[in-house]
Design a protein around this ligand. Structure first.
Ligand code: PMP
Length: 293
């Protein structure tokens, strides 16, 4: 069955979806995006994604292409028309089409593209297999809280990881602190057993999955810290994992080729995956979604 995309007001066959050559997204990466997970036919973290999109659009002064409620109607339509029970929705808004010139155009209609893709259902056993990450310098701009479509440093980092057989690259800043992965948030359980992920600010994208894991941990009385952690702490960690809408809670068992802890998936990581799945299945996503930087 052919895929359907929503492109600027129309549902079109995916292969025929196209945008203007002077779309500012194409020329300047002048746009933002969101990726929603679909789990068991339901959109996960809807409110969180909308709130984060509000933040990203606001920071870049890009107009909403339509109201939030209408937008979610279209998102659901795209999910339905593509028969996605498990998978993801990709939503991109750019400033729109204008003669190529750096300043914002006076009049511009924001461009909206929404696609959906089927993926295998969340598989706890696969997520618990454990993957490797490498560490690389964070060469991105200073507003990582904005979910910008300018992802070249992220692509370079992910490619570097994949070229050495690693799943993800964790980026570190000038203070040797791990900020996050190229498309996921980074978590460790330190050698003393502290569950840690970096605090929110302009140096990371606050993940909807990160927020869900935090709420799930809090609800079950698990202690955690939101603070900076160093490459050294990561290298000495007992456990590690990444979170994202597509990776869920994915165990990391090697950092820069060296085993994390005993090299097996950690107990707390496995526990958090269970808690996360229960949480999204019962609550649908995080409730507190108003801290972006
Ligand atoms: N950080 C970065 C840089 C990302 O690209 C993503 C995925 N969009 C995340 C974190 C995780 O965010 P989420 O849990 O909302 O998918």
């Amino acid at each position: 069955m052919s895929r359907i995309a929503y492109v600027n007001g129309q549902y079109v066959p995916h292969s025929q979806g196209s945008v203007h050559i002077e779309d500012r997204g194409y020329q300047f990466a002048d746009g933002v995006y969101e990726v929603f997970a679909v789990h068991g036919g339901k959109l996960i973290g809807e409110q969180g994604h909308l709130d984060r999109l509000t933040h990203s659009l606001g920071e870049l002064q890009i107009k909403w292409p339509m109201g939030k409620r209408s937008l979610m109607v279209v998102v659901r339509q795209v999910v339905q028309r593509n028969h996605v029970k498990n998978g993801l929705v990709y939503l991109q808004i750019t400033r729109g089409v204008a003669r190529r010139d750096h300043p914002f155009p006076a009049e511009c209609q924001s461009a909206l593209v929404i696609t959906a893709r089927k993926m295998p259902p969340l598989d706890k056993a696969a997520l618990s297999k454990g993957v490797g990450v490498i560490t690389i310098p964070d060469i991105r701009w200073q507003r990582k809280d904005i979910k910008s479509i300018a992802l070249l440093p992220n692509c370079l980092g992910k490619q570097q990881a994949r070229s050495v057989g690693a799943y993800e690259a964790w980026m570190y800043n000038e203070k040797d602190e791990i900020t996050e992965g190229t498309s996921a948030n980074a978590w460790i359980v330190t050698k003393s057993g502290e569950l840690v992920t970096r605090q929110v600010g302009q140096s990371i994208l606050n993940g909807i999955t990160r927020l869900a894991v935090i709420e799930a941990a809090r609800a079950s009385g698990l202690a955690f810290s939101e603070r900076a952690f160093s490459r050294q702490e990561a290298a000495e960690a007992k456990e590690a994992f990444v979170t994202s809408s597509t990776s869920h809670v994915k165990a990391v068992t090697r950092i820069d080729g060296k085993p994390v802890g005993n090299g097996h998936v950690g107990e707390l990581t496995a526990n958090l995956l269970d808690l996360y799945v229960d949480f999204i299945e019962s609550k649908g996503g995080p409730v507190v979604t108003n801290r972006w930087n």
